[in-house]
Design a protein around this ligand. Structure first.
Ligand code: F0G
Length: 462
């Protein structure tokens, strides 16, 4: 059959409160045109993030009841540890409350001023946790990874030549090499198995450890199976094991590819580093057999890990994002290609060429999506990255809007609805105007900045 169906039935539902366009115009104005300021029950389709927003399975809800909340030595921890080691064969597995806590612990041990930590592209919490120690976070993704139109199958790949050059010239400052799979900041683009292997070889030749940020490891492995020569016949768990087999450790947010609403871990082979990390863990998260989590969370993660590598699920996951992407392209809406593993990224700068970057075309599109259809998406552009340390403004490299897809939450008709909202906005796009920032904090301004529309918008459509 050509139709790829949702490979699950729905046992529990959450009602969506429907609002009118008039109500939404009022609600977003009250939130000062910042999508983070909305109450989520005023949102019809929430595509703000795929993180922590997954629908858990009946088996995961069942596993929650089995959670053992003992302070030390809980059987839930040992089930969690075994589930992680089944896919990622590291000697030490250290649970944390989410991904950034694993990063904070790792870089509190390995970071420090004068150090340089390269990656394909650091996610912003990883970058933040590196920079807060005084170290430099360096992005070395291949050139195709920065070109929204390039159709390279593995746009998340590390530029291995530039990594080699860095290690030859300034290797003594590099404590660890990172690799983010998939590359979230670059559009959810995968890293090939060959690239993981070559990155590991270069790191090892220079005596450096390789750590993988594995948040979306299953989506990455599925792209390897689909796109990398010689991988089609392998099982996803087999590819996952090879990917992590090249690494010395990993950080993980279980809020992505473990189908959990909270959780994460740091895993690694080095005994001394693990001991240092556990000392830090006890101060900031908790005892090593629960980290920052309840026993029931550990159970949900253990069960989620067995479900995320199911190929029926991964086929549906990739197909549903592609479905939206293909229809947006047909409407003339420019997107980052190929469609990534967890999100569709819309190129708002190209979609709204009459709005200059410093009037935030991504914010304009994100507000229009909400006003027109109650869809909440996230600007990833000049609002997020445009403010310079000296307080001045510069256009970001791109003005994108991310439609991040929660796992197993929305159905085909939700996808059709999203496309219809885009069709309506595309027909009246010239009527959208830019924004100015009326007030903002010094750092991470996108969460709390207040915006004002620059012109009264025409009533049509929006
Ligand atoms: N690494 C990557 C690649 C991520 O995408 C995220 C989170 C983290 C680390 C941090 O994990 O949230 O559990 O602390 N990304 C979310 C997003 C927030 O919306 O992309 P966390």
């Amino acid at each position: 059959m050509k139709t790829i169906i949702e490979p699950f039935r729905i046992k529990a539902v959450e009602p969506i409160a429907m609002t009118s366009a008039e109500q939404r115009r009022e609600l977003i104005a009250r939130a000062h045109y910042n999508l983070f300021g909305l109450h989520s029950d005023d949102v019809i389709i929430d595509l703000l993030t795929d993180s922590g927003t997954s629908a858990m399975s009946a088996a995961q809800w069942g596993a929650l009841m089995r959670g053992d909340e003992s302070y030390a030595g809980s059987p839930s921890f040992y089930r969690f540890e075994a589930a992680v080691k089944e896919l990622m064969p590291f000697r030490h597995v250290i649970p944390t409350h989410q991904g950034r806590a694993a990063e904070a612990i790792l870089f509190s041990v390995l970071g420090g001023s004068g150090k340089i930590i390269p990656s394909n592209t650091h996610f912003d919490t990883t970058r933040g946790n590196i920079e807060v120690t005084g170290a430099e976070a360096l992005d070395l993704v291949i050139a195709e990874g920065r070109d929204p139109r390039s159709l390279h199958p593995f746009k998340g790949n590390m530029d291995v030549e530039r990594l080699e050059q860095l290690l030859v010239e300034r290797g003594e400052h590099v404590p660890v090499v990172m690799l983010t799979v998939t590359n979230n900041a670059g559009g959810g683009q995968p890293v090939s198995l060959d690239n993981v292997r070559r990155t590991a070889e270069v790191a090892r030749r220079h005596g450096k450890k390789l750590f993988i940020d594995g948040c979306r490891f299953a989506e990455n492995a599925y792209f390897i199976k689909l796109r990398e020569p010689g991988q089609a016949a392998r099982s996803v768990p087999d590819i996952v094991r090879e990917m992590f087999g090249y690494a010395d450790g990993m950080t993980m947010s279980a809020k992505k590819d473990a189908f959990a609403n909270i959780g994460g871990w740091l895993a690694l082979n080095d005994d001394e580093l693990a001991a240092a990390a556990r000392r830090r863990l006890i101060l900031t998260e908790g005892f090593p057999t629960y980290g920052g989590l309840a026993g029931r969370d550990l159970e949900a993660i253990a069960q989620g890990l067995s479900e995320i590598v199911d190929e029926n699920y991964l086929r549906y996951r990739a197909a549903s994002n592609e479905y939206i992407g293909e229809r947006l392209v047909a409407l003339g809406v420019p997107i980052v290609l190929p469609v990534g593993g967890h999100a569709v990224f819309v190129d708002a700068r190209e979609f709204l060429p009459h709005i200059p970057p410093l009037e935030y075309p991504g914010q304009s599109l994100a507000v229009a999506l909400y006003e027109c259809g109650g869809i909440r998406a996230c600007e990833i552009g000049t609002v997020m990255f445009g403010r310079q340390p000296d307080g001045s403004e510069r256009p970001a490299a791109m003005d994108l809007v991310r439609l991040a897809m929660p796992r197993r939450v929305y159905t085909q008709s939700h996808a059709d609805y999203i496309v219809e909202v885009f069709a309506e906005i595309a027909a009246t796009r010239e009527s959208l105007s830019g924004y100015r920032i009326a007030s903002q904090p010094d750092v991470l301004r996108h969460f709390t900045a207040e915006f004002e529309p620059l012109r009264r918008r025409a009533a049509a459509g929006v």
